[in-house]
Design a protein around this ligand. Structure first.
Ligand code: AMP
Ligand code: GLY
Length: 441
């Protein structure tokens, strides 16, 4: 198959989004000599400081287009869901800009859980039993809660940065929270439509597939750690650490085949039939129950921090991969480094708490390491939510820095990640100490 990448000489890439996912994409792009300059929008201060990335911000689609033209940007990679939900991909494609990122029509798979659930339900894709409830149908919601065993899962239908899911141990509490959500008191407008679900008791996988509109390829599966505290305790977060190279007891060819046949292929086929073939990366949040995969959710982007472990795994150029898929082409094969990768998120002490601490921004100190060393064999740092003042980097409130460890085994990769965690400090630094426990226990 013709591959436009092979004739490409040099390229200027814009990454929309400025978190850890986007920083790790930038690190991977930099391994490719064809990448002449990387821009971020909005700015990732660490990328500005450590590898001189360009940056600009925009407040309208037209302003974005003007910046792209001024900076002669050839390729745009969209990281987070919000700009995809704003239809930026469609707008840029309409102006003949090459984009890696889902169309608005397909971004609804993430932007509305109610839409996604009815879409997959109609296709017979295995998923948790559910009911979609709005204020007008609250009595139906109460009745459905009465039919479900505990615990009860309530999900805000709209975007909540991975935090809009409640898992409740009593029916009374579930009904109270349902009312608060529908009144907009818990997640604002995003919670005014609620998906009530049966609880699935299994283990989770993050599975990513790249599609070029006609066919697709699956990347190695990852496991995230969504809860804030060790032993999967505490509130849900955007993700506190991930790893890839899962042991066969958690992921194997048989499971991959089931995920493709029962979930991904029907999804991509249906989107083609609807006239909105999927282009970009799709993220299937899977719960495995008794060896059977159930789809919890779709996201229309790379996971964060899953991207932090997938990018170092790629031996094939990340640019070649995303550029080719954006062009509607595919690669003969995708080659992965023969390593294991584990990452540990360092967050502020107030991450996902309602009340914010005055400790942030907090100055970051590095103990005998070069924070910008992006090619270290045993690991590197990824900078997510930070700010810069007088060339000094500060951790903001939220997920601030991610330590990525690499190794020949998962244990070695995990140990390297935790060694790096120990070399970074800022006030109130919080992290989980049990990343990859399901593989290593
Ligand atoms: P979601 O945003 O739908 O992926 O939900 C966030 C997290 O809540 C998931 O990663 C799971 O840990 C948990 N969760 C969501 N739905 C269910 C379910 N039906 N059963 C058990 N856990 C769930
Ligand atoms: N790490 C989970 C997510 O990106 O939604």
């Amino acid at each position: 198959m013709h591959n436009s990448y092979s004739t490409l000489q040099s390229i200027r890439v814009l990454i929309i989004g400025n978190g850890g996912r986007e920083y790790s994409i930038a690190l991977a792009l930099q391994q490719d000599k064809k990448v002449k300059q990387i821009f971020f929008s909005p700015e990732n201060p660490a990328a500005t400081l450590f590898f001189n990335a360009g940056h600009f911000s925009y407040s309208s689609h037209d302003e974005l287009l003007a910046h792209i033209q001024t900076h002669k940007i050839d390729f745009v990679i969209i990281g987070p869901e919000a700009p995809l939900m704003q239809g930026i991909s469609d707008f840029l494609v309409h102006h003949n800009i090459l984009v890696f990122g889902s169309s608005y029509a397909n971004a609804k798979l993430e932007g509305s859980k109610a839409y996604m659930k009815s879409f997959i339900h109609n296709l017979g894709i295995p998923t948790a039993k559910y009911k979609e409830i709005t204020q007008g149908s609250i009595e139906e919601g109460y009745d459905f809660i009465d039919t479900l065993p505990l615990p009860i899962v309530l999900k805000a239908s709209g975007l909540c940065g991975g935090k809009g899911v409640l898992i409740l141990d009593s029916k009374e509490e579930a009904k109270n929270k349902l009312l608060l959500m529908l009144e907009g008191k818990l997640f604002g407008d995003a919670g005014k439509e609620v998906v009530i679900e049966e609880f699935l008791d299994g283990y989770e996988l993050s599975v990513f597939a790249l599609s070029n509109g006609s066919d697709y390829v699956v990347l190695p599966a990852c496991q995230d750690h969504k809860r804030l505290l060790d032993d999967d305790k505490g509130p849900n977060t955007g993700g506190m650490g991930t790893y890839t190279n899962l042991p066969a007891k958690l992921y194997n060819k048989e499971l991959e085949t089931k995920i493709k046949d029962k979930i991904l292929t029907p999804t991509f086929d249906a989107l083609k039939k609807m006239g909105t073939p999927y282009k970009g990366v799709i993220f299937a949040g899977i719960m495995v129950v008794k060896n059977e995969p159930y789809l919890l959710e779709y996201n229309v982007r790379f996971g964060d921090p899953e991207c932090e472990v997938l990018m170092p795994l790629l031996k094939t150029s990340a640019l070649e991969l995303m550029y080719s898929y954006a062009k509607g082409e595919s690669l003969e094969s995708i080659i992965f480094n023969d390593i294991c990768v584990v990452c540990v998120v360092m967050s502020s002490s107030d991450y996902v708490q309602d009340s914010k601490s005055s400790d942030y921004p907090a100055k970051i100190s590095f103990d005998n390491i070069d924070p910008k060393n992006i090619t270290a064999d045993n690991g590197h740092l990824v900078f997510a939510n930070t700010s810069l003042k007088d060339s000094i980097l500060y951790a903001n409130s939220g997920r601030s820095i991610v330590a990525v460890g690499k190794g020949k085994s998962l244990k070695e990769a995990r140990d390297n990640a935790y060694t790096l965690v120990g070399k970074v400090d800022f006030k109130g630094k919080h992290y989980r100490r049990d990343i990859a426990y399901q593989a290593l226990q």
